[in-house]
Design a binder for this molecule. Sequence first.
Ligand code: SDX
Length: 434
Amino acid sequence: MQLSDKKVTLSLSDGGQAVELPVYSGTVGPDVIDIRKLYGGTGMFTYDPGFMATASTESAITYIDGDKGELLYRGYPIEQLAQQRNFLDVCYLLLNGDLPDAEQLTEFDALVTNHTMVHEQMYAFMQGFRRDAHPMAVLTGLVGALSAFYHDSTDIANAKDRRTSAIRIIAKMPTLVAMAYKYSLGQPNIYPRNELSYTGNFLRMMFATPTEDYHVNEVVERALDRIFILHADHEQNASTSTVRLCGSSGTSPFAAIAAGIACLWGPAHGGANEAALQMLEQLQAQGGVEKVGAFMEQVKDKTSGVRLMGFGHRVYKNYDPRARLMQETCKEVLQALGLENDPLFKLAMELERIALEDDYFVERKLYPNVDFYSGIVQRAIGIPTSMFTAIFALARTVGWIAQWDEMLTDPNYKIGRPRQLYVGAQRRDVPAER
Ligand code: SDX
């Protein structure tokens, strides 16, 4: 971060002492006003519910330009990464800052591959869950439980320990997500296989059974690998901020990731892909394209509480670049699987067409986000709706752990502790009589 020659002087209408605040510039994007001296200088806090205009940290990992609809991982455009690289390339990039060369990728791939198994006792945890538990509830529990196993790498001040934890959680998430799925089916777990790719291994753990192996379909493997890339990181979103705040106390990285999973589960965040597909399925059952008009009227009627799930974004006020890539992947996968007439895809395209022409959406700059098409692709490759957010968590784990690692190496690092505007009761005494 560079100290810019700009400054902000805060003058107070009550004639109080003005405060001069430094302004910093990043590589690209909005400058920031350093308010750390504000309370000392004015006795006042800033007020920003939902952190709509607050930079919580400096970061070199991901850049989003919401107006342009631009997303860069370590400076590389998401479109180029999604079309030219695979998910492990992107994991290496997010963790290390540069894309791996062939030798580095081979070494990284081998490292991850050799950490895909979980401790055998992890399977015992599954017995405590109901079979119909939501996979995100199971995953929150399983990832939190990982912190009960690895006492050999708990020194988060040690870069080697942090890297070991990062490799472990990236490698084990596919195994844990597949465990949650198999448990819900009442099927036995399928162990990872070292000869398969990261994504191929996950597909096999999800869909193989002891009676019939699963042969990885390259189109499906490529599509899912691209879905992982598109979900890998996204700046300081709610779940990443949760991981950072939780991790800032010095807790186990696995516990911090479990907190991120819990946050991602919500329908306003990662749970939107599951909600978006359910919305499309309900609309299809009620009559499909013919019912879109009435549905959109409901969405525009605030009292209905109905939202167009998979639309809108806190940062993107233009088309989410990931949604465009997801739509392309949708077309490719449906074509390759002979499902090009998938009614839900046609319904989604019609909903998008109508929304992008409707003033309600245009005025509010509501565009499809990453969750609008991802459910259709996942459903086409055989992933059940209930697993969509768990897949999002699998992919986002590398972003979470890269941001956690960056926080711990930040010279400004300290435990996060926001303040408040207190609007409760004045001081009062407890009545002598009850
Ligand atoms: C993700 O932060 C990230 O980067 C998240 C994410 C990531 O990769 O980590 O990108 C992943 O979470 C994507 C977002 C998934 N969520 C959804 O698709 C759920 C539906 N969308 C929304 O609920 C909403 O758009 C949010 C939560 C995504 C953004 O909410 P904001 O920025 O707080 O905006 P808002 O709720 O204040 O909405 C602004 C206006 C409101 O209308 P007015 O009060 O101005 O009249 O737009 C309306 C809202 O009612 N609005 C919608 C809408 N989203 C916003 N109206 C109908 N349908 C919608 N989807």
